[in-house]
Design a protein around this ligand. Structure first.
Ligand SMILES: [Mg+2]
Length: 422
């Protein structure tokens, strides 16, 4: 089987999302997705990675991941390159599942559960008003989530206070005020609702510790990104000072960035974002590393529908996944997922159900490519064995009893460095 074509799809209505479809000569079409900065992502897919993949066997996922990462890592890998890599990796797993006629979690080692508990991130879309309710009717919001069987919620209760000073000054009055929604949730539903706070990396360490300690009286489910994950020592200090588990972080890209936090015990909840950190391949490895440190995993969402499907396979497979982030405003009746994919995710009684069918278990609807606001770009040219200097134009061979170095047939050493022509 060979990859014949790689296509990116963007729609103006949701400018952050990029879908990728990988076509094969066996008729399989693999679907992937990433989020944020589509022009740089689409550029990386077509300019850097498509030439590596076109003409290759899509089932060699580890080889392709390594080739793409090695190429990206020549320039500092985190960013658009790794988002592009993540989307392509998902599409390759989708193809592998279709070829094996198995859901992806069976290719990862099989299921250890058939559903995963979700928490609701209180973003809003369409008729949904969860985000506003988080501040203006927190008790009502908690009750409406409990009515759907959802008993964990997350919101960013402190962002607007951080905005006042870039997180360096926090008055006692504001520290008190930022806890009001949490107080109201406890008053309305007691401890039936678990509450997580996302600080979006907006505080300095000193204020992060004050916030974490103050909120500890409410038994928070976790404290996420009160500070940016730019050094392990500060997270260790935070973990020591705050009772609630410290959650780290959608911003860490690949196993290499998670490694130091895990080894130090600074990541008490591990939150990889599958479509940013390196796809299904890398998220599985991060989950295994977390398992070795006895740390629970909570995959990150609040983006697109394919991410939830891809994460669902990790959630079914990895024993240490604790919860999956989902946004009812996105997957629910007035959400947008259902307009783009078929089937949609199924959340029932507070649990995300295992995807059904081979591969990811969902497809991009056929009419998405035909939308008037859609931009579709396509690549079908292989870069060759020597693309971008990933592999040498020379080879070491045994010939007539001698070991010697020769130029590979068809190689052009002048086209050796990172896609530059000589
Ligand atoms: Mg977050």
């Amino acid at each position: 089987m060979k990859i014949t074509r790689i296509e990116t799809i963007n729609v103006a209505e949701f400018p952050a999302v990029t879908w990728v479809q990988v076509y094969t000569d066996a008729g399989h079409v693999g679907l992937g997705e990433t989020w944020f900065g589509p022009r740089s992502v689409v550029g990386a897919i077509h300019e850097i990675f498509s030439p590596i993949l076109i003409g290759k066997n899509p089932l060699d996922i580890e080889r392709h991941w390594r080739d793409m990462f090695d190429m990206a890592n020549a320039f500092g890998y985190a960013g658009a390159e790794t988002r592009a890599l993540s989307a392509l990796d998902i599409a390759l797993w989708d193809i592998a599942g279709q070829e094996a006629k198995q859901p992806i979690y069976n290719l990862l080692g099989g299921a250890c559960r058939d559903r995963i508990r979700v928490y609701n991130t209180c973003a809003q879309y369409g008729a949904n008003r969860d985000m506003e309710m988080a501040f203006f009717d927190p008790g009502g919001l908690a009750r409406s989530l409990l009515d759907e069987g959802i008993s964990i919620m997350k919101w960013a209760f402190t962002d607007h206070f951080a905005d006042l000073s870039r997180g360096v000054f926090l008055s006692e009055q504001d520290l008190e005020l930022m806890q009001e929604p949490i107080r109201q949730i406890r008053k309305a539903v007691g401890n039936q609702m678990a509450i997580a706070n996302d600080g979006h990396g907006r505080w300095n360490l000193q204020n992060a510790i004050r916030i974490g300690r103050a909120m500890d009286q409410y038994g928070m489910f976790w404290q996420e990104e009160l500070i940016q994950p730019t050094n392990v020592e500060n997270h260790l200090a935070l973990a020591r000072e705050v009772e609630a588990p410290i959650c780290v972080s959608e911003r860490l890209v690949t196993k290499y960035q998670f490694r130091d936090y895990l080894r130090a015990g600074a990541a008490e909840v591990v939150m990889p974002d599958l479509i940013w950190t390196g796809g299904i391949t890398e998220t599985k490895k991060i989950a295994v590393m977390a398992e070795a440190e006895q740390a629970p995993v909570a995959p990150h969402d609040c983006t697109g529908p394919v991410n939830v499907f891809a994460c669902a396979h990790i959630c079914m497979n990895a024993p240490n996944v604790m919860v999956m982030e989902t946004v009812r405003a996105f997957y629910g009746k007035s959400g947008y997922y259902g307009r783009f994919i078929e089937p949609n995710i199924v959340v029932r009684d507070g649990f995300l159900l295992a995807p059904e069918g081979p591969g990811l278990g969902t497809r991009l609807k056929k009419d998405v490519r035909e939308r008037s606001d859609a931009t579709v770009e396509s690549s079908d040219s292989p870069g060759g064995d020597h693309w971008g200097g990933l592999h040498s134009p020379f080879e070491v061979v045994d010939s007539g009893g001698k070991r010697l170095v020769r130029l590979k047939s068809g190689s052009n050493p002048g086209r050796s460095r990172r896609g530059k022509k000589a």
